[in-house]
Design a protein around this ligand. Structure first.
Ligand code: THU
Length: 133
């Protein structure tokens, strides 16, 4: 499993600071490096109408697609707290849409030490675009 890339971790940390989290106070940052080598970032954006809040990973994916890229090579998600934060269930499905067998997802905490996963580990037996063909 590839290590967390320092540059991608730094990008996730930088955008984490921009999270709009007046309700949870829980800052999350995500950074994607595409197979084409481009980097896209996102942070969580909460809303007074709570269910309208958006996760960091979804923001990074939207930026990637808007930027014309479709294949995630590596994604880093950074959270604070003592327990390592991994992508929520909904985000796993969103990442899955733009992943292949070589896609790696890294989870990092405040000290940078984390865990790394394949999408098969995060979302086994998942539903994807190929099911619709
Ligand atoms: N959050 C994310 O941004 N990504 C995840 O994968 C899990 C949760 C955000 C949503 C909300 O703003 C805050 O963390 C607390 O759930």
């Amino acid at each position: 499993m590839p290590e967390i890339e320092p540059d991608l971790l730094a990008a996730a940390r930088e955008v984490q600071a921009n999270a709009h989290v007046p309700y949870s106070g829980f800052h999350v940052g995500a950074a994607i490096r595409t197979r084409g080598g481009e980097v896209f970032v996102g942070c969580n954006v909460e809303n007074a109408a709570y269910p309208e809040g958006a996760c960091a990973e979804g923001g990074a994916i939207s930026a990637m697609v808007a930027g014309g890229e479709r294949l995630i090579d590596a994604l880093v998600v950074v959270c604070d707290g003592e327990i390592l934060g991994t992508p929520c269930g909904g985000c796993r499905q969103k990442i899955r849409e733009f992943s292949d067998a070589d896609t790696v997802v890294h989870a990092a905490g405040p000290d940078g030490i984390g865990a790394s996963y394949t999408m098969a580990e995060l979302l086994p037996d998942s539903f994807g675009p190929e099911h619709l063909i």
